[in-house]
Design a protein around this ligand. Structure first.
Ligand code: TNX
Length: 770
């Protein structure tokens, strides 16, 4: 059916439609139907279909039994109903018809047509996948919550996906998840019409797949003797001493693969190499260059213990992959390839000899050589190789599929040389990043990836021409679990970001509209509540923007990406309620104040409260000139960050600190007029594991003409206490208009410290003058 006929069928605007006890005009109802990802075409029809225990499922093609059973499982689990399935209509009762008509519904293998009328439901597609997706849509149209009547609005939907690879990844090495949860995770994928589960099965911290030929992978590599407590960036690093681990038996893997297959999800197993191999080397140290024993890693990061490039390694990998290839029927095996330090190869006689013999110019080429050999092994097994974008760093690797995680650059390069690509850039697809800047979020790795950013991801970069763009198979989100240890937390990190990604991957590019999406999402939250799925409400977060205001103080601009409500706020310390003032324009502040705000959807408060204390002093909102610019990675708020009334956030990654690499801070503040001052404060960060060091010394100078400066305070290394985040510099009262604050960078990172020999970072934030 063409889109024209569909739209012609949209009934007049004024007819009211019912959905979940709402009577709404047609267009408004369509807007709130919680179908995610948004179907290609939808048109409401008159009336409703009532699903009851009497409804029958009619299979016009017997191979659709699987889909019908799964639909029945859903009904049974959520509504206590199980419908009769038969191959022909046995009574006049309304029924749900599932069929695979010979004439294709549309050109897409996964597309479907869904018709809901008072007299019955029909789902037609050219494959079982299409019917399955039609049923997912039908499920989303059912009213959430236990109810006596399962009424579905009359509707006609014609739908198909935009991309073939619609994926989600899960790291089960850093933390291990039960078979039961893996199945749930696969359910979530299927519910959002995702079709690829990238199962990250091995890493430094644990090997999680049974390989019969190598029992020590189960006995040794699958367990670690403790785990880092808290963030890798914290000092000192503390560990628990709890033995942690586990693995999936081959029987369990088969069970999961079959479970996924029934839900039209293909599993891409990942076996990491040549880096992230500590767990293997703990069991089989002979596969490293030095042969020295290592332990299954207890903390996160990148480790120097990697596979040695030698025949024994390839023999091991071939044997492992042989077992993996049999277990997973999909065409791809992921072989990692990322973050592989070459230190050990540089010191290894046999690696160096090999490089010389073959004429390789550096270790990148050796990495490439490694991947090429593995690719050959895989093709013998009739499998395609996919790896992280590092696999093409050492030269092109024809026919390999590249998963672009370090931005989209690797993916672009690969598509331009004719490789297939799956996009998964950290900036849009790392669901291990924070999704809210509010305090109280569960500890995460860092970064900031809010829902609207995921939603606005475009997997096909503009620079690609049409032919190159064909190589972008799709995209996926990655869920690395260093800081995600429970199923509830996995749910929190993916919900609702998975729904935004599903729309990126399924729906038409032109149909994407974030505000419209949030309308559907609200209805969808009811479903998540009903199904008791843990999800983030960061969509209701209030964002602040602080700017200097005239001669005195700052202005605070509040906003939200959620356009279906208003912001109400207080500045008297009280909780915002439904009668608090509506935020309409900037709040001007010239003295310290606490601002609280919340989203209200009518009388209903949504999400968490925004609360921030702004500390105003003589420097706040004043002009700052920097003697040297901050490093581009930590310069987001610009020099105003130093005087915006907000002290730097912890966790600091992704927040507004000013960073200087190897260099110090040289900030001159113009107070606007001559004032009497006697105190300067400077906020500094110390996080030596992340190469952020306390300054070696600080100084304050003042001036009345902006040219000649007098030193009023100097603190050297021995005067400073690195445990204090705020450096207080007190001096005798003096008249000044310009205040210059200097902080000396620590310099070179000492030996035996992370980043030894490299320049240290200096991270600073608020400067106060009183
Ligand atoms: C980088 S992304 C990694 C993982 C980490 C992740 C944390 C990639 C190919 N490698 O080993 O878990 O960062 O975000």
């Amino acid at each position: 059916m063409s889109s024209k006929t569909l739209s012609q069928r949209i009934l007049p605007f004024l007819i009211l439609f019912s959905f979940a006890n709402m009577d709404l005009p047609a267009q408004s109802l369509l807007d709130v139907l919680p179908v995610i990802p948004k179907p290609a075409q939808m048109a409401l029809q008159e009336g409703n279909f009532n699903l009851t225990g009497e409804t029958q499922i009619i299979l016009l093609n017997s191979e659709l039994k699987n889909e019908a059973e799964l639909f029945n499982d859903y009904l049974e689990e959520n509504y206590g109903l199980r419908l009769k399935i038969s191959s022909a209509r046995q009574s006049k009762k309304a029924c749900i018809n599932l069929s695979l008509p010979d004439v294709g519904i549309n050109s897409s293998r996964e597309g479907y047509k869904l018709i809901v009328k008072p007299s019955g439901v029909a789902i037609k597609a050219s494959t079982g996948s299409g019917v399955f997706y039609g049923l997912q849509t039908l499920i989303q149209l059912l009213p959430p919550g236990k109810t006596n009547s399962l009424s579905i609005p009359g509707i006609e939907i014609l739908d198909q996906p935009r991309f073939a690879w619609r994926g989600m990844h899960l790291d089960v090495s850093r933390h291990f998840f039960s078979v039961e949860f893996i199945k749930k995770y696969i359910d979530y994928l299927a519910f959002y019409k995702m079709n690829t589960f990238h199962w990250h099965l091995t890493d430094d911290q644990g090997w999680r797949i049974e390989i019969k030929k190598y029992p020590k992978l189960q006995e040794v590599s699958a367990f670690r003797n403790g785990t880092l407590i808290g963030h890798l960036g914290s000092t000192p690093q503390l560990y628990d001493s709890i033995k942690y681990g586990g693995f999936y038996t081959q029987e369990q893997i088969k069970e999961i693969v079959a479970y996924a297959l029934r839900r039209h999800v293909t599993i891409v197993p990942e076996i990491e190499m040549p880096g992230h191999a500590s767990a293997v080397l703990a069991a089989y140290p002979e596969l490293s260059c030095s042969g020295k024993p290592v332990e299954v890693a207890k903390k996160w990061g990148v480790f120097k213990d990697v596979f040695c490039v030698k025949d024994e390694t390839f023999e091991f990998i071939e044997n492992v992959l042989n077992e993996v290839a049999v277990l997973f029927p999909g065409e791809y095996i992921h072989v990692g390839g990322d973050e592989c330090p070459t230190d050990q190869w540089k010191e290894c006689e046999s690696c160096q000899r090999l490089m010389k013999n073959i004429g390789m110019k550096d270790e990148h080429e050796l990495h490439s050589f490694f991947m090429r050999r593995v690719q050959k092994l895989l093709s013998k097994m009739d499998k395609k190789m996919i790896g992280w974008d590092e696999i093409i760093d050492g030269g092109p690797l024809p026919k390999a599929t590249v998963m672009s995680w370090r931005g989209t650059r690797g993916g672009i390069a690969a598509a331009q040389t004719g490789n297939d690509v799956v996009m998964s850039p950290t900036t849009f697809c790392y669901f291990d990043f924070y999704q809210s800047k509010y305090p109280g979020e569960p500890l995460a790795i860092g970064g900031y990836l809010p829902l609207d950013r995921v939603y606005n991801f475009e997997p096909v970069p503009d620079v690609l021409n049409e032919q190159e763009a064909q190589h972008i198979l799709g995209a996926q989100a990655n869920v690395w679990t260093e800081y995600i240890s429970t199923p509830e937390q996995v749910e929190y990190m993916i919900m609702p970001r998975i729904s935004a990604l599903s729309e990126v991957l399924w729906s038409d590019k032109k149909a994407r509209d974030y505000d419209a999406f949030t309308k559907r999402l609200i209805g969808h939250f009811k479903l998540l509540d009903f199904k008791k799925i843990n999800y983030s409400k960061a969509i209701f977060d209030i964002h602040e923007m602080v700017l200097p205001h005239s001669a005195n103080g700052i202005s605070i601009d509040l906003s939200t990406s959620f356009k279906q409500g208003v912001i109400r706020y207080t500045i008297n310390g009280e909780e915002p309620i439904s009668s608090s003032p509506v935020y309409e324009s900037k709040i001007i502040v010239d003295q310290s104040v606490g601002v609280k705000a919340k989203i209200f959807d009518g009388p209903v408060a949504r999400g968490k409260e925004y609360s921030r204390v702004f500390k105003v002093n003589l420097a706040t909102g004043k002009e700052v000139v920097l003697g040297n610019p901050p490093h581009e990675e930590y310069s987001r708020g610009g020099e105003f960050t130093l005087v915006n009334g907000i002290a730097g956030n912890i966790p600091w990654m992704g927040s507004d600190w000013l960073g200087f690499l190897g260099e110090g801070l040289d900030a001159t503040i113009d107070l606007g007029k001559e004032l009497t001052i006697s105190n300067v404060g400077l906020d500094v960060l110390r996080d030596e594991n992340s190469w952020v060091y306390y300054p070696k010394g600080v100084r304050v100078l003042v001036s009345t003409d902006g040219l000649n400066f007098t030193s009023v305070k100097k603190l050297d290394e021995e005067d400073l206490d690195p445990s204090q985040r705020l450096i207080k510099m007190k001096f005798d009262k003096i008249k000044a208009r310009w205040v210059r604050v200097l902080a000396r960078n620590y310099g070179t990172i000492p030996v035996n410290r992370p980043g030894e020999g490299k320049p240290a970072w200096l991270l600073v934030d608020e400067i106060s003058v009183d």
